[in-house]
Design a protein around this ligand. Sequence first.
Ligand code: SF4
Ligand code: SF4
Length: 135
Amino acid sequence: MSARKTIPVESMTAETKCGYCTNSICCTYISQEIDTPRAKVDFDFLLWQISHRDIKIYKDEGSWYLMAENACNHLQPGGRCGIYADRPQICRDYSNDFCEFDESAENGFELYFEGYQELLAYCKKRFKRWGQRPY
Ligand code: SF4
Ligand code: SF4
């Protein structure tokens, strides 16, 4: 059973919440905004990128992102940050108000592509003559 189902919500505060999240989910990936893909050639390029291990693609609030699901090298066993005093600003700015511990991020995305097959299916649906090269 997942940890989030066994913790009484009332016992968790903003200060204690990360202590319950021993996986430190927010330290296990990076995401980078990318240009909105519009043409077949754009999606063809994304298919190449998502063919690589641990790469996902999603659209959230109108913007597209490439995500690499790789844990940070500074993440310590048990979930602590190994460079806490010197951690980058983006780590300092991240709020745990409503984070991946509350709901898997992909559930809230407009679009989420787990891998090549999911994105290919989307391309075939979006473009009637998908697959006719050159694009
Ligand atoms: S911000 Fe959220 S995902 Fe990150 S360590 Fe804290 S509870 Fe876990
Ligand atoms: S530097 Fe520390 S806080 Fe930032 S992602 Fe890595 S482990 Fe997490």
